[in-house]
Structures are given as C-alpha cells and as structure tokens.
Design a protein around this ligand. Sequence first.
Ligand code: FE
Length: 214
Amino acid sequence: MSQSIRSAERPITEGHHLLPKLPYPLNALEPHISRNTLEIHFGRHHAGYVKKLNELLRSSAFVHASLEQIVRLAPPGPLFNNAAQAWNHEFYWNCLGAHMGDRPVGTLAKAIQRAFGSFDSFCAEFTQRATALFGSGWMWLVKNPDGTLALEETANADTPIRNGRLPLLVCDVWEHAYYLDYRNERARYLDAYWKVVNWEAVASRYGGDAPGRN
Ligand code: FE
C-alpha cells in the first residue's frame, strides 16, 4: 500500500493518528452518562485504540492511509480492529450531546417514519436489537446506497462503512460503555442513550453523501 491511499480527508502525520477532542466536556452527558464513564471510555478505551493503532502502523503498509481508508481496506486483524474502534468511537461521541431535542425533525423525521412506521417504532426496534445483541458490538442506523434507512448490528469492531453503507447514528453496546453507570443493565443504558442523541448531527449526515463525521 502506498501513496494511492494517502488521505484526502484529514491531516495524517506519517502513521500517527491523534485522539480527537471530545466534542463536549466530560460531564456534559450527565446524569444519563456519567463523567466517570466518559473518563474511562474516552480517556482509556478510545485513547487505547488510537495508541495501539499507532503502534501497529509503524510496521504497516497503511502508514500513509487515513483512518477511514484503514477501516475500509485493512484485512481482518489487529490493525483493522484498532482502527475501526478508533473510527467507531469518534463517530459515537459525535452522535451524542447535552440538552438535545428528543426527536428528529424535517426530512430525517419523514424518512424514519417511512422506514419504520413511526419514530417510536424506530426507537423500539433499535432498542430491542441493541439490547439483544450478543456480546460486544455496535447498533447502527444506516443509509443504504439506494437512500433507504436500515438498522444494522455489528460485532466487536466491525462497522458499516466497510460495506458501503453510510452510518447516521450508533450506540456503543460494549459493556465498557455502560457498566459503571448501569452495571449489566443494558436496557437502562439504552433509555439514557435516547436522552443524549444529537439529532441535528444525525440529520446533517442524512442530508450528506459522504460517510464519516459531522
Ligand atoms: Fe466503546
């Protein structure tokens, strides 16, 4: 792999990826997701994936690639796992925010209604599938290449951008996302999650045509 996969999307410092800045203070999601959880989840888990990614890149042909290019192109294994977890976590933080409206409006709201019958049906199915997802993984709302919306579970580090689908919203259902606040009660975490979803960010992705960040 060489210059052909050099990033056009964000600056790369020769195989050194930075932990992105959290888009809000560590306590911004309280009382729904605690500062303590964010300190560990962002400061240890997310930071750990970025650190490991940089270590693995030192001996990798992907040294010049962007994070998204690594996620799309790296073979299954540690490099993919750490890059995808770095990408997924950055996306997750950008799905959340403080004092958010409780539901989408405009074209996204209409698309959700078309796909799921109603916003409440969408939330119920997302919650049910996120709660039932076995083991560690991610629950996504995605936009298919034909413009339709769909729900999708991925296991471990896997991510829909690998398969050409545009992520609009994600919930991290690894235990580290909720264990400090809700112990083993993933359903309670899902209840809290809906209170901090940044629907404006989701709507802006729905209106766009490129996978990735806000
Ligand atoms: Fe996580």
